[in-house]
Design a protein around this ligand. Structure first.
Ligand code: KG4
Ligand code: ZN
Length: 332
């Protein structure tokens, strides 16, 4: 079954063609970073307008790269939420119109289920059940996954998402937006032992996270010490990254052990972080757990993960209808 996936929840216009839920034939992601960069964050109004410009060319490119004609598509899946409503509406309305005009089944997909299913787009995916850490710009949570669509929330952040903390620290260090990748690059050249930040393990609610304290710690350090040169920026970035990675790694592996899962995974934009990938891989192998992390292209927002989830619903005859609407917030 060939599914066309559409993703426009934030500042990426993405389309993909996925075969039978697991094999991406194409995955096109058109980023709006250059448009939002001068504003230091995503401007919702500009994001919606840019999605409108990009959606048709991006879908064309996805079909062309997959070597598939529009008439061969058998189902459509589009992100329904969570995300920016004005952005979501562009992809969602496009998907409705495409499906209606081609008389195809279609489904609105939860973006978070999309990220979690991104591990199945790689060879050697985890068997069920497994425990997954979702770390993105808007979410940080641990889930116990028993099927593609049966996902239990075990714990989540009480304040900032990990990606959001990376983005805010990037601004404090004068590294601009979006910040995760550049903070990671700076941190790789710094000394994580020079500036230490507290690790909030939150013992009582063991799978919950809190990153606002680390972020405030960075702010306080900068206020009191100032930033003398680039080597200091690198050391602060390294100290911050190490604190975040320690907490993420500890909680994920603890959750996997508690649930007796031999397999665990990390998904979402922050899963592209090299230090997080390396640390969790090392720690997991030390305790005999197998870790699954998608390639960096599939960690960030993409439409292949949306098509993949769509396949599992459409296969079971679960469809959306033309009255369905998008939603800005939703849980699993
Ligand atoms: O999953 P994603 O593309 O979008 C959301 O659903 O939020 O995640 C974006 C987040 C941003 O906060 C970005 O700064 C962060 O992922 N990110 C990273 C890295 N690459 C992206 N954070 C740390 N290290 C990276 N290499
Ligand atoms: Zn995302």
């Amino acid at each position: 079954m060939l599914i066309l996936g559409i993703e426009t929840s934030c500042d990426e216009t993405a389309a993909a063609v996925v075969k039978d839920g697991f094999t991406p034939l194409s995955s096109i992601v058109s980023s709006q970073v250059d448009i939002h960069h001068p504003f230091g964050g995503v401007v919702p109004e500009l994001a919606s307008r840019k999605h409108i410009e990009a959606i048709v060319p991006v879908v064309h490119e996805a079909l062309e790269n997959a070597g598939v004609h529009a008439s061969q598509i058998q189902g459509v899946a589009a992100t329904q939420g969570p995300g920016l409503v004005g952005s979501l509406l562009v992809g969602f309305s496009f998907a409705k119109a495409f499906a209606y005009s081609m008389d195809l089944p279609w489904i609105g997909v939860n973006h978070l289920e999309g990220h979690i299913n991104s591990v199945f787009l790689e060879p050697d995916p985890p068997p069920f059940p497994f425990v997954v850490l979702l770390v993105s710009g808007g979410h940080t949570a641990i889930y116990h996954v028993t099927s593609h669509t049966d996902i239990e929330l075990m714990g989540q952040t009480r304040d900032d998402a990990a990606g959001e903390a990376f983005d805010k620290v990037s601004k404090m260090l004068g590294l601009g937006y979006p910040g995760g990748r550049v903070v990671g690059e700076m941190a790789a050249k710094g000394d994580p032992g020079k500036v230490k930040f507290k690790r909030p393990y939150l013992d009582k609610k063991e799978y919950d996270f809190s990153f606002s304290g680390i972020k405030t710690g960075v702010n306080r350090y900068i206020q009191s010490m100032g930033i003398a040169d680039e080597s200091q920026i690198r050391d602060i970035a390294a100290g911050f990254q190490e604190a975040v990675v320690d907490v993420l790694s500890y909680k994920l592996l603890h959750a996997a052990r508690q649930r007796n899962c031999d397999h665990t995974a990390i998904v979402g934009g922050v899963a592209a972080n090299t230090r997080l990938r390396d640390k969790v891989t090392d720690e997991a192998s030390r305790i005999g757990l197998e870790i699954h992390i998608p390639s960096p292209d599939l960690c960030g927002d993409n439409a292949a993960m949306i098509a993949s989830v769509g396949f599992h619903y459409l296969k079971r005859g679960i469809l959306s209808d033309l009255r369905s609407d998008v939603y800005s917030r939703v849980k699993i």
